[in-house]
Design a protein around this ligand. Sequence first.
Ligand code: UTP
Length: 648
Amino acid sequence: MRRWHELFVPGRVCLFGEHSDWAGSYRRINSKLQPGQVIIAGTNQGLYARVRAHHDKLIVRSILPGSDEPQSIELPMDRHELLQTAEAGGFFSYAAGVAYHMLTFYRVQGIEIDNYQTTLPVRKGLSSSAAFSVLLARAYNRVYDLKLTIRAEMEAAYQGEIRTPSRCGRMDQGCAFGQVPVKMTFNGELLHTHRLTIGAPLHMLVADLNGKKDTIKILGDLNRAFPFADDDESMRVQQYLGPINTELVERASTHIAEGDAEALGKLMTEAQRLFDDYLMPACPEELTSPKLHRVLNDPRIQGLTWGGKGVGSQGDGCVQFVTRSVSDRQELVDYLANTYGMKAFELDLTPPQAVRKAVIPVAGYGTRMFPASKALKKELFPVITPDGMAKPIILAVVEEAVQAGIEEIALIVRSGDEQFYDDFFNQPVARDHYSHLSESHQKYCQYLHNLGERLTFIPQQEQAGFGHAVYCARDFIGKDPFLLMLGDHLYVSQSEVPCARQLIDAYEQCGARRSVVGCYVADVEEISNYGTLAGEALNSDQRLLEVREFAEKPNRDYARRNLVTPDLPPDKFLCIYGQYILSPAIFECLGRQIDADAREAGEYQLTTALETLRKQEGVLGYRVAGRHYDTGLPGPYVQTLHAIYHGE
Ligand code: UTP
């Protein structure tokens, strides 16, 4: 049976930098201009859809806001017919345009899209048409596993939408990033995107001014200042959309990173004042915008907000505010409705949920360490740390999690072993033994107990593999993102920051709310023993990647054909490091695998579930600055002992 995939695509609001997107593209002609910079954010509202493959048709059903009757269209996957429908315009032209692009460039078959709910208002400057185009591009990407990155989905959506009569800019498809703020830089033909971090929740509101605005006139008048300014008015337009805007966007990025709502709101007010000073004279008919200014100057509204400004091309279209609190926002919604008859949409910028929990499976048989593992579980074998202490491996792993800021840890243990681990961490040392310990070791007993208080022991009833062990933690984790570490590996950071913390930082900083899998560069000879991934770099130091594919223990030929990561030397690949920040959606992926009894070599593999998760919500890779040591094999265990003792 063809499986349905669930998708959500939000709209987008331009918080700062409106008009600088097209202004920056004039650098193709006038290199003295500055690149344009905007900050956009995904809206709370959006398009909800189920999508699945169809052998030869494009079928789209859609319910528009305020209507109960679905509209639908059915087209053959034929380039000529798709292009004709796209060029004819209308609601389904975007679907046809993107389908035309996907068919032409990716040779896909058909698709069925059931857009069963739309909370995004249309024609309100929230990019509903771009959201629909991104929905189509993402649907093809998921259903046919085209391994497109978010940037590639944006590009496909743009290429599809420009087949229609609708004139979209490249900023519009930024909704593909989801509900996170993104800084976009427009430099001639080049587009650069960068997700922003959010220091604390920001509660915003966008309201429809119920006014009229002529975007075409605004664009026409402002464009007269480009590419070369020949009078003072044009110089001022260039100045605002160039250096002034760059500074505003820089300051806004900092305020968002600091979660400083007051400073962000005041900056919006300042940006509007400068916009009025510098741009209004170039198009007074549209940019005087009396409704916008009446609302912005209303003392009651000023008391509920930290500031605000126009949205999109400006004029009397929409207004946005940074509100002082959630309750002030609710008061503002009511006040706008009662006094001005305006409808408002909430916009929340929230930091990713903190990673507070960790899962460490220690329930394996340890077959490869037999017969020692008959006497002692391999996770309890000793290592000697550089300070000369003999520690069971699991203790060093737990310590790293705690150093990384983790508050609660689940150890997945073999059924019946709970007591054993509990005794080690939580029971006091026998009195006579204790009296023989050095003073520092006596203090250590208390420290061990403190660690033990953070631990929960969860039994794994059947040793059905690493993936199955992780699945046992689903109730403990609930809806939170979590750190996963192997119980028989040790991690030594090559920076000041512990390896697990590097991953948590990457998760929090990329603002993407997507899982982050630690990885390292390995030789081709090693990959047939490990989970391997391939991806495209997302930042300039090449540490963060958008994963294109996960493969469990691939052979060389497969890896050379499918798993090459650009920027790595020949025959080098990325293998999984053994530390992960995972979204709770991983449990659904593992659950499906377990329900279908899809075992590999008798076990449920996590890597297979990661590949499912990647198709579902995308996964990032992070090249950890550190080394990892396997203690589950005799030879590597000896090397680990040596390396850990010498702190290498
Ligand atoms: P390994 O892949 O090294 O498997 O597990 P293993 O079963 O422990 O070792 P061998 O193959 O028998 O020698 C990686 C981590 O996952 C845990 C292990 O305890 C180890 O920390 N694990 C593995 C489980 O908790 N449950 C399992 O069913 C399998």
